[in-house]
Ligand binder design. Structure first.
Ligand SMILES: Cc1cc2nc3c(=O)[nH]c(=O)nc-3n(C[C@H](O)[C@H](O)[C@H](O)COP(=O)(O)OP(=O)(O)OC[C@H]3O[C@@H](n4cnc5c(N)ncnc54)[C@H](O)[C@@H]3O)c2cc1C
Length: 352
């Protein structure tokens, strides 16, 4: 298994994890960043990409998606190394004082660890039907990560919101075009952007998408293959839908998951931290954002940004106890501007 040595590893690419990367960069510390999802943004992207946020200082209005894009732009000078689709499952303390952090794909040996895991890892809501789980990864999918796998197949998509509708539309054309696409949702009311709903309605009217209202209650098999699903309709009829592949898009829910087993002090499912440094009960491990708890904690993005700043200062002196820890302004510090890769205006700033 690949082992990466680093000074800092951030778990979570939500807004706070991203800003942690920025603050570490200002301290001259390069970060690796891991997320179980396939894209950055955490709750901002998964739960409210197009909804407005009004309380980010200096940004009177942005959507979850815009805020994520701006944060990515802000961290770019520090060239963080992102690792997506990987859930951190285990951590252990090594004899040399570093932390060994394990994901299914690789290990990191890191001097400092920043847990910015929010409300936990977002995992797809499962479709609970007897016998179905056995087909996970072969005929049952929860994400359309490799759409070409479904090309030429009879696909049933389950769900009634954005992701289900976008995936259904995506399977009607291009290299991933399926033989047939049927969307199953418990009722004939779908929630998505007006554009997506209009496109869906047109494809449905042209017979390129079938729609069935109802709930999947059973499966049909042929040998060791999943050959169909049974759908119970609102009229209490049972329909049999033959299929090659089932794509379930019923949304996602957060699971704190393995973090609770890492032996760190916790209080009501949050990691207890010192609010001055954001240090957890383990040396070199900091917790920032929604995942932590301290007196007066507020689960707001701007509070997470403040925490990330303090944690970066604390980590810099943990990594190098000789470091001055002196506060520097990006406006006037030649060092910080050099790290940011911008033309230094430090001389004029100090002489003014
Ligand atoms: C509908 C809604 C509206 C909101 N509006 C506002 C608002 O207007 N203003 C405001 O300040 N706040 C708002 N919030 C709250 C805000 O979104 C959160 O405070 C913020 O997202 C917390 O950021 P975070 O980086 O700590 O965690 P998150 O955004 O939750 O990101 C955590 C990331 O960590 C990943 N992760 C977790 N565990 C692991 C693991 N073991 N391995 C790998 N990856 C892992 C997750 O996949 C996720 O991507 C809103 C929240 C919701 C739900």
């Amino acid at each position: 298994m690949k082992n990466t040595q680093t000074d800092a590893l951030v778990i979570g690419t939500g807004p706070v994890g991203l800003f942690q990367v920025f603050q570490l960069g200002l301290q001259g510390i390069h970060a690796h960043v891991v997320d179980v999802l396939d894209q950055p943004g955490g709750q901002c992207i998964e739960l409210y990409p197009d909804k407005p946020i009004y309380d980010i200082p200096g940004l009177p209005y942005s959507t979850g998606r815009e805020l994520t894009q701006r944060l990515l732009q802000q961290v770019a000078p520090f060239k963080p190394t992102f690792h997506f689709n990987q859930q951190v499952s285990q951590i252990s303390h090594q004899d040399d004082g570093r932390w060994l952090v394990t994901t299914p794909n690789q290990q990191f040996s890191t001097r400092t660890l920043f847990i910015a895991a929010g409300v936990g890892a977002f995992v797809p809501k499962e479709l609970k039907v007897d016998g179905l789980a056995a087909f996970t990864g072969t005929q049952l999918f929860y994400r359309l990560t490799s759409p070409e796998l479904l090309a030429g197949q009879h696909v049933v998509v389950v769900g009634g919101e954005d992701t289900a509708i976008q995936n259904t539309i995506a399977l009607t054309s291009g290299p991933q075009q399926a033989s047939s696409v049927t969307l199953v949702h418990r009722r004939d009311v779908l929630h998505a952007s007006p554009d997506a709903l209009a496109q869906f309605a047109e494809l449905r009217a042209n017979g390129l998408i079938q729609f069935v209202a109802g709930q999947i209650t059973g499966i049909q098999t042929s040998g060791d293959r999943l050959s169909g699903v049974e759908v119970n309709t609102p009229e209490d009829q049972t329909l049999n839908l033959p299929l090659d592949a089932l794509l379930v898009c019923q949304g996602i829910s957060p699971k704190l998951g393995p973090i609770a087993q890492w032996g760190l002090a916790m209080e009501r499912k949050q990691l207890t931290v010192d609010p001055a440094t954001l240090a957890t009960s383990a040396p070199g491990i900091y917790a920032v954002g929604d995942v932590n708890s301290y007196p007066g904690k507020k689960k707001l993005i701007l509070c997470g940004f403040h925490e990330a700043t303090l944690a970066a200062y604390a980590a810099a002196s943990y990594i190098d106890p000789q470091a001055s820890g002196v506060l520097q302004y990006t406006t006037s510090s030649a060092l910080l501007q050099q790290r940011l890769g911008v033309q230094s205006n430090a001389a004029s700033a100090t002489s003014d």
